[in-house]
Design a protein around this ligand. Structure first.
Ligand code: URA
Length: 276
């Protein structure tokens, strides 16, 4: 393996885990990376190595800690009707960025608002070509008000780096639900539905060329139906005319690192949608 290739794989946290096929072992010609560069910038998205997983695929769902304690039906602030409240997701359709982020931060449309420290609207380039959608904020995101800033976020940043992207440049990152589900449990269908107009508005404002759903709840939010990641991978869906690709959630990949090779295939597939 060349030093440049090793650097790319290291950025994704893949180096000890991916097995390269001999036929593809040439380094990408247009990637400018030093072997010991911690934060390489790729000159442009380039054909990266074809990699194969060494293990069969386990359950594809991300973190699934269930907690029975949380309300599943949309709730409103005392004395406020969901439709009439200026912070209601139902008002999101005509909003600009500032108004939208204020609405998300003040939203009380479902039970998740009750235990949040901060809502987590989204982060990145408002004119991005790529939009990644995760599940919902975790503890660190809830503290900081920014998506994917914990361990899963580090892996996501490495995945972006491997694509020649970085947070804030050409990429927008959002979640299916904007408030942390208690104990990091999977957001419930009613919570995803309550938050959906915010996500829809973010997509409408960004107008990305490709949407990447990270995990099952994100795919469910974007497709409006249940899917299994294993079945949906490698397919091009469309959301309002935008290419939509489904892959594993980074938190799942942290627990199942051998599946990173599949996630990389999915990202390469997503990148091809930009070219089409
Ligand atoms: N997992 C997610 O789905 N989103 C985040 O913002 C952080 C972790």
């Amino acid at each position: 393996m060349t030093p440049r290739r090793a650097a790319i794989l290291r950025e994704m946290g893949l180096a000890p885990l991916w097995r390269l096929r001999a036929a593809d072992d040439a380094a990408p010609p247009d990637v400018e990376i030093e072997a010991n560069d911690q934060s390489p910038s790729l000159s442009r998205p380039s054909p990266l190595p074809h990699l194969s997983a060494a293990q069969p695929e386990p359950d594809s769902s991300p973190v699934a800690i269930t907690s029975p304690a949380v309300t599943t039906s949309p709730v409103t602030a005392p004395g406020a009707e969901a439709g009439a409240n200026a912070h209601s997701p139902l008002q999101a359709a005509g909003m600009g960025w500032e108004e939208l982020e204020a609405a998300i931060c003040g939203c009380r449309a479902c039970g998740l608002c009750q235990r949040r420290s901060r809502a987590v609207p989204g982060v990145g380039d408002h004119a991005a070509r790529w939009m990644f959608v995760g599940e919902g904020p975790g503890a660190e995101e809830d503290r900081r008000g920014e998506p994917f800033v914990g361990a899963a976020g580090k892996l996501l940043d490495n995945m972006l780096a491997a694509l020649g992207l970085k947070r804030g440049e050409g990429v927008y990152i959002a979640n299916a639900v904007k408030c942390r589900p208690p104990l990091n449990r999977t957001p419930e269908a009613a919570e995803i539905a309550a938050c959906k107009p915010f996500l829809e508005r973010q997509i409408a404002l960004v107008q990305p060329r490709v949407l990447v759903a990270l995990g099952r709840p994100a795919a469910q939010a974007l497709l409006g139906r249940e899917i299994s990641i294993a079945a949906a991978r490698g397919k091009r869906f469309e959301k309002d005319g935008i290419a939509l690709i489904v892959t594993y959630h980074p938190a799942y990949l942290l627990r199942n690192p051998l599946d990173k090779s599949k996630a990389w295939e999915d990202l390469c597939f997503a990148r091809r949608q930009l070219a089409d």
